[in-house]
Design a protein around this ligand. Structure first.
Ligand code: NAD
Length: 254
């Protein structure tokens, strides 16, 4: 069953406490979905809940702290979502990090960080949430956030980031038929330049993945340069994603 209306539907949005994820969370809540934000950062969660409450959406959202790279924690979260809320109808695998630096200078920690969150986080979402979504037999929808960098070479040293995002784009294209057979829709979001906190990536990197990495310094420098940018409004991206879910469009390109 495709999603034709959001009323009575539970939407689980990873990285939902900031930027594009928060834009998606707001758009779905405005259309009467119940939204569960999952995010690594408690400070982002606090601000997101405040922002949604200020927009009159406080009754339609709850939040949980979750690191999407932590398989055990993700499986546990999925169990709780099922037991306490009756499961997830819309899975938005959106959590992601910028990883920036010349590939020849990359450490294994840079690869682990970039692919671990940007690809591994999507894999963990599918593995944890899809089985129960299928078991409930209510249909549903999966949105994966890739990037324009998945298909074009963009300025900067984005090889590791682009590799992870290209995998997410390809995965989404290839799994769409499998999901359709179970009554579940699938979209892939490929944002261009959207206003967000993504250039804070270095702050989201666990301490053990910082060792010896020159990328961390270059990511911190980039974060300073892009402050105050006038990129696209994440709330508009959220509306585009909500429209794409109803239309079951594969590509959402901003
Ligand atoms: P953002 O930093 O504002 O939001 C990302 C959120 O993900 C943050 O709240 C962060 O705390 C959370 N997060 C990071 N690591 C996590 C983890 N391991 N587990 C759970 N949560 C985690 O950035 P954004 O720009 O809104 O990014 C959202 C998605 O959009 C990402 O996948 C990103 O790669 C993609 N994207 C963004 C742009 C852009 O221009 N902003 C362009 C292309 C793709």
């Amino acid at each position: 069953m495709a999603i034709t209306s959001f009323a009575g539907r539970n939407a689980f949005v990873t990285g939902g406490a900031s930027g594009i994820g928060l834009g998606i969370a707001k758009a779905l809540a405005k259309r009467d979905a119940f939204v569960i934000i999952a995010d690594l950062r408690p400070d982002h969660i606090g601000k997101a809940l405040k922002a949604m409450t200020a927009e009159g959406l406080g009754e339609s959202v709850i939040a949980m702290e979750l690191d999407v790279t932590d398989r055990a924690a993700y499986a546990d979260a999925a169990r709780r979502l099922d037991d306490e809320l009756g499961g997830v109808d819309i899975l938005v695998n959106n959590a992601g990090v910028g990883v920036e630096g010349p590939v020849l200078e990359a450490t294994y920690a840079d690869w682990d960080f970039g692919l671990g969150v940007n690809l591994g986080g999507v894999v963990n979402g599918l593995q944890s949430i899809l089985p129960q979504m299928i078991a409930h037999g209510r249909g549903g929808h999966v949105v994966n956030t890739a990037s324009l960098a998945a298909s074009v070479v963009m300025p900067g040293h984005l090889a590791i980031y682009a590799a992870g995002k290209a995998a997410v784009l390809n995965l989404s294209e290839n799994m769409r038929a499998d999901l359709a057979a179970k009554g579940i829709g699938c979209s892939v979001l490929c944002p261009g330049f959207v206003r967000s906190n993504i250039h804070e990536a270095a702050r989201n990197r666990p301490a053990h993945l910082r060792e010896g990495s020159g990328f961390v310094a270059s990511e911190q420098a980039l974060a300073k340069r892009v402050v105050g940018n006038d990129w696209m409004d994440p709330d508009l991206v959220g509306e585009m994603v909500a429209d794409a879910i109803v239309a079951n469009e594969l590509y959402v390109i901003t």
